[in-house]
Design a protein around this ligand. Sequence first.
Ligand SMILES: *Cc1c(COP(=O)(O)O)cnc(C)c1O
Length: 355
Amino acid sequence: MHRKLFIPGPTEVREDVRKAMDFPMFGHRMPETSKLMEETVSKLQKVLFTDKFIIIGTCSGTGLMEAAVRNCVKKGALHSVCGAFGKRWAEISKSCNKDFEVLEYEWGKGISPEDIEEKLKTGKFDTVFVTHNETSTGVLNPIKEVAEVVSKYPDVILCVDAVSSMAGVEIRVDDWGIDYVVASAQKCFALPPGLAVASVSEKAMQRSTEAEDKGYYFDFLQYKKYWDKAKQPSITAALNLIVALNYQLEKIVNQEGIENRFKRHTEMASIVQNWARENFSLFADENNLSPTVTCINNTKGISIKGLNEELSKRGAYISNGYGNLKEKTFRIAHMGDLTVEEINWLLGEIEDIIG
Ligand SMILES: *Cc1c(COP(=O)(O)O)cnc(C)c1O
């Protein structure tokens, strides 16, 4: 039985999107690819309110997170960590042998722009890493305010993990001054996994020319070289997925409209938040609630595993808590193409099961 995914990735993929990937193959050096890439990039720029360079990478989001570390960090990386995915980015810096420091916050809390400013004053850092939407805790961080702080330091690059927020939450790359922002296909874009996208500022591109030991596959300059030459990917990209991305972006940008898409996510989020306040309690700080995923304290001590088994019989699936939060919390994702009706249906089913 098909279980509708209310998990924070992969998200539910519509049938028409799946069918969009069923076509006779063409080559990555053929004109079809240039046209496809140009169309896709120009729509991605609309989603991000930018005219900056866009990378479409054949890898998951973590790949382009690693790319940020390899291309941008020379002197030192400052990682803000308030959950599992912020921690992952710091681990990437460690594994790439970069000098780095971690600003750590209690899980459930958001990060503080003032703390970042304090750290930047030391002059030890040339790159700041922030998780926009911490999927493990349901926290949305104030990246606009962080960008304001970072913009006072012209030599510092701001990298944002928007894996679980891009295309669901507003991100104004140019207005806010974000150098690098990355997302995966299988979250708010509601595509199958396998692609990641990122926007790259000129400052970040310049830094890449100075970066040492950055490897080959994730080199910004490789992506740029092939784009400049023929608007093509540097390697044999996952063309079927890029076709699906282009198809989905047409829906997002030109049919639903990006502002409406943000609004739908906010609506779904407030329904789940209100329901959670009434029936359980919210794990994340009230000032940092995520519009795409809600982490709920299991105050009733129900078996989350058991709940999911029952939900599975009814055609739905939610997420248990992340890591140590397993069974102590559970998460309902309201991202991608899910609707208010589907969210209301899910909550009704959960109430029916837990009685
Ligand atoms: C899912 C997720 C990731 C990891 O993305 P992959 O595509 O699985 O590599 C990173 N950061 C956040 C915030 C996420 O939600």
